[in-house]
Design a protein around this ligand. Structure first.
Ligand SMILES: *Cc1c(COP(=O)(O)O)cnc(C)c1O
Length: 501
């Protein structure tokens, strides 16, 4: 399987090269030349198998320049920490007593070391990169640059800390992440890590990182210090491909628990920001997973809702800071891959991306819109609706959800009400509720005024009778190691400084 660019005809490359480079040379994203298939009986075979084995089955179809053994070993090491039964991020079924025939499976993807679903990919990516360095004979050091809206940063730091031949530098919007997210990042140990706050919002931060990637002069300067840039953002193919796996295992969970018969379709609902996680669901569908509709759930930054409803992508709008900050995004980078796969033309994608860059907006044509309508449903939840859903889930099921997951649940509930489509649905639960204690406590009617975020962990544990995740309980005593702050214009300078160390 070779990888090509979304924006122009480039020489196809192996997956190892795509993973090391992050972005295609023309500024586009790497996509597989074709989408491999998995047959129903092959899905059936892995219904009872460990997660790592399922991961190997999916990955080997995309990463054909890695051996099956390499991939399986990577997966074993990457996923041996899932602190749940069978090492699998399990689907927890929350059954509506009024509608027992129409289950909602909540797939808890947040049992990794940093308690966001991003661990699933970011525990895998460094291992794929290390192998890619060997495969391509690369001797330079790889510098991973990350722009984070909160969860990617810590998950990437945890994945790359002290990985040989790599360094990692994380930029986050100053004041744009939760206190716990910040603490998780600024207490990160490791000889090859840097964490810097940027005075700006997430889009400023992401644009800053993109500009550094596209700056030939900086690349040359870094090359002189024997350093090559790469990315751990969800634009990296090695970030995306591990995420396809859990849609298969979630489906398998439905089969195993006899909620769904083999071959029967499910819907998948994903709380969406950069369009990475939901794009993985799209790939799973294209590979042959029986998926009827993919439900794109947004918060008040509902640029994707509007896009799927009208065909117009328009980032020229007010930016809202919400209680689901990892979805506070106006440019969903991975949408570009979807546009490529569904339109099939690099020049079309190139035109859209140029328009987006120059005017902040583009409009897809009617045939393309029609194709997307068949696959996706999109909606959003307001702040109040999100809080209300957190409260409702707890009072009805004693089940805690974080605000991102609550957004998806609200959108699912609206979808079922409006369409009467009661297909069983898999909801991607993307973070531990303990990562967003303040929003969760408020939703449950607790005061958080003047209560320190770390104290709130205890309160939430007390109120819910849920256990504080181990690594979050440890934050209180952890030493703050990273205090750098910079203006958005200074990001390149900071990168060069870190590289010169
Ligand atoms: C990153 C993140 C999202 C958004 O995922 P995308 O792949 O960027 O669409 C949703 N919820 C949480 C908790 C996240 O960390």
């Amino acid at each position: 399987m070779k990888y090509i660019s979304t924006r122009s005809k480039i020489t196809p490359v192996d997956s190892a090269v795509a993973i090391l480079k992050g972005l295609a040379p023309d500024g586009g994203l790497f996509v597989p030349e074709s989408i491999p298939k998995i047959k129903l009986d092959e899905i059936n075979k892995v219904v009872d198998k460990p997660y790592a084995l399922c991961a190997g089955e999916v990955l080997k179809r995309f990463l054909t320049d890695y051996t099956e053994n390499e991939l399986f070993e990577c997966a074993e090491l990457a996923y041996n920490w899932f602190d749940v039964r069978a090492k699998v991020p399990m689907s927890i079924l929350v059954q509506d007593p009024k509608n027992p025939k129409f289950p909602i499976g909540i797939t808890e993807l947040w049992h990794g070391p940093t308690y966001a679903f991003k661990d699933v990919a970011l525990q895998m990516l460094p291992r794929l990169m290390s192998l890619a360095l060997k495969k391509t004979g690369e001797t330079k050091e790889i510098l991973i640059l990350v722009a984070t809206s909160g969860d990617t940063g810590k998950a990437a730091l945890a994945g790359f800390a002290d990985v040989p031949q790599t360094r990692i530098m994380v930029f986050y919007p100053n004041g744009g992440v939760s206190k716990i997210q910040r603490l998780q990042m600024v207490t990160q140990t490791g000889g090859n890590v840097n964490v810097t706050a940027v005075n700006g919002n997430f889009d400023d931060t992401q644009t800053g990182v993109k500009n550094i990637f596209n700056d030939e002069k900086i690349r040359e300067q870094l090359a002189a210090s024997n350093i090559k840039l790469s990315s751990a953002n969800s634009i990296n193919w090695g970030r995306l491909v591990p995420q396809i796996v859990y849609y298969f295992t979630s489906y398998a969970d439905f089969i195993r628990t006899k909620q769904v018969k083999l071959g029967e379709p499910v819907n998948i609902a994903v709380p969406t920001g950069n369009f990475g996680n939901i794009l993985a669901a799209y790939y799973a569908k294209r590979m042959g997973l029986p998926v009827k509709r993919i439900i794109c759930a947004s918060n008040a930054n509902n640029v994707l809702t509007e896009f799927f409803k009208t065909g117009v992508y328009n980032r020229n709008r007010e930016f809202h800071k919400t209680i689901s900050p990892s979805m506070d995004i106006l440019i969903s980078s991975n949408l570009e891959r979807l546009l490529y796969h569904e339109s099939g033309y690099t020049d079309t994608v190139n035109r859209f991306m140029t328009q987006l860059n120059e005017t902040g907006t583009y409009k897809i044509d009617a045939p393309l819109k029609k194709k997307l309508d068949k696959i996706f449903h999109a909606d959003f939840a307001t702040e109040d609706e999100t809080s209300h859903m957190i409260k409702e889930m707890f009072s009805q099921f004693k089940y805690l959800v974080d605000p991102h997951t609550a957004v998806a649940l609200k959108v699912v509930s609206n979808y079922r009400r409006d369409t009467r489509d009661m297909t069983p649905v898999v909801v991607a639960s993307t973070a531990s509720p303990f990562k967003f204690t303040s929003a969760v406590l408020k939703a449950l009617g607790q005061t958080t005024e003047g209560v320190d975020d770390l104290k709130q962990l205890d309160t939430l544990a007390l109120v819910s009778n849920w256990r504080i995740p181990t690594n979050l309980a440890k934050l209180a005593g952890a030493k703050i190691l990273h205090t750098d702050v910079c203006e958005k214009e200074e990001m390149a300078e900071r990168v060069l400084k870190f590289a010169a160390n």
